[in-house]
Design a protein around this ligand. Structure first.
Ligand code: ACO
Length: 411
């Protein structure tokens, strides 16, 4: 813990300093109109905390915020999650425990105030948050597919209509909302989030065209084109923003369009996920390059409040021995009663000396497995989950889900 520093909620007038601190830590230059139109409307200043150092004239040396998000959980509905964000420590003050202070304060605060029982974040670097009990719960995949790649014979497709994003907006938001409500890992989008994701500000375009939307009655694909030319002719790249489909036919129609846009040589989709059905839809699957990385990190803040929030893939009763040093209220033995329509975590008396088969695991690994995106059996094979093999398999079956989680946005 950083010695002598204090952590407290930000005052509204301190938000500018916090944003400047973040820009200095991340090495970017805040562009005024982008900050005002795109960034600020999403911020909830009352959920930001700062660390202040009396030895530096009470300078703000660290900051962290929370977005009030709602995520679709497997077999459950949309559930409030704390979207941890804007975490930064002033250059020159790093390496003295300020991040640890911020993380401890956030998690203790969520617990003591009975706020969101689950916290999620997207990490700037993937080695940071495991020590605070976050696990890699939702992966993303970057897809690269050559233009002209054919879909498998027999997939039915329709022509789509391409319109500027302004004209498609109402249809797009309604379709996303319907798909997101049933797709594990998807976040509900407020008007402010829509504005930030679809602002089309030059900061987000990197020389590519404005967003256009391919519309199908049951889905949409938004994308930009980055034109390029070489000695052989056109060498453009189509940059997929998102593909959202509520039927297989819509998905096939949208991909048929994306893979056929003129003057493009490669289609890239950075917000895809490892189980994207397009991998199976193309006739020559080796043409699809897929690079997988961590995306959403998940932390169970309160085990007993988190377990009821999802449905489970198998009906089991399993004992877990959880190691959680950051949130000690979770630490210890629990009986998990898990079923398709929900679950319950019941604290086991630490003095009980019964010989119930038990799974031993750490908070970060339970976080990784909680949405079904990281198989418990795989964690056991990696030596990270241990205990009675049948109990491990039971927990694996219960946490697995028919659709792997996918979150098509960062925050
Ligand atoms: C959700 C988000 O917003 S992610 C964005 C995170 N922010 C950034 O990347 C901005 C640039 N970087 C920074 O501001 C800082 O370097 C931070 C926030 C990453 C770390 O802050 P610090 O105050 O230096 O971290 P602190 O000293 O509290 O270290 C706590 C622990 O994290 C570890 N750690 C710190 N930075 C890193 C890193 N980049 N990678 C891996 N581990 C790290 C430390 O080694 C320490 O580990 P230990 O407790 O096991 O010994």
């Amino acid at each position: 813990m950083a010695s002598g520093t204090t952590v407290r909620p930000l005052r509204p007038e301190e938000l500018d300093s916090a944003l400047q601190l973040d820009a200095a830590a991340f090495g970017w230059e805040p562009e005024g109109d982008w900050m005002d139109a795109v960034v600020r409307p999403t911020l909830e200043v009352e959920r930001f905390t700062g660390v202040f150092d009396p030895a530096l004239d009470d300078e703000m040396v660290g900051v962290a915020g929370i977005f009030s998000k709602e995520m679709t959980f497997p077999g459950g509905g949309r559930t409030p999650v704390a979207g941890v964000t804007w975490v930064s420590v002033r250059p020159g003050q790093q390496g003295r425990g300020i991040l640890r202070q911020l993380m401890q304060d956030q998690l203790t605060g969520l617990h003591e105030r009975g706020q969101e029982p689950v916290a999620v974040l997207t990490a700037s670097e993937s080695g940071i948050y495991g020590r605070f009990g976050y696990g890699s719960a939702i992966r993303r995949a970057r897809l690269e597919i050559p233009q002209g790649t054919a879909l498998r014979a027999g997939l039915e497709t329709d022509r789509v209509r391409v319109v500027p994003r302004e004209r498609a907006f109402d249809t797009v938001t309604a379709l996303y909302d319907q798909v997101a409500a049933a797709a594990p890992g998807h976040l509900r989008r407020t008007p402010e989030v829509w504005q930030s994701l679809y602002s089309d500000h030059s900061v987000d375009r990197d020389g590519a065209t404005r967003l256009v939307v391919a519309l199908h009655p049951d889905g949409y694909a938004s994308y930009r084109v980055k034109a390029d030319w070489n000695d052989r002719g056109p060498a453009g790249t189509l940059l997929v923003h998102e593909v959202c489909a509520r039927t297989p036919r819509a998905r096939a129609s949208l991909w048929q369009h994306l893979l056929g846009v003129a003057l493009v040589r490669e289609v890239q989709h950075r917000r895809s996920w490892p189980d994207d059905p397009v991998v199976d839809m193309v006739a020559a699957p080796r043409l699809v390059r897929l690079a997988v990385a961590d995306h959403i990190w998940l932390r169970i803040v309160d085990l007993d409040r988190a377990v009821p929030l999802r449905g489970y893939g198998a009906e089991v009763r399993v004992r877990v021995d959880l190691t959680d040093t950051v949130c000690p209220w979770n630490h210890g033995r629990w009986d998990l009663e898990l079923a398709a329509d929900g679950g319950r975590a019941v604290r086991v008396d630490p003095r009980a000396d019964d010989a119930v088969p038990t799974v031993r695991l750490a908070a970060a690994d339970l976080g990784a497995a909680f949405l079904g995106g990281t198989p418990v059996r795989r964690l056991a094979d990696a030596g990270l989950v241990s205990g009675d093999p049948e109990a491990v398999d039971a927990l694996h079956d219960a946490l697995s889900w028919r659709r792997s989680p996918h979150c098509p946005e960062g925050f």
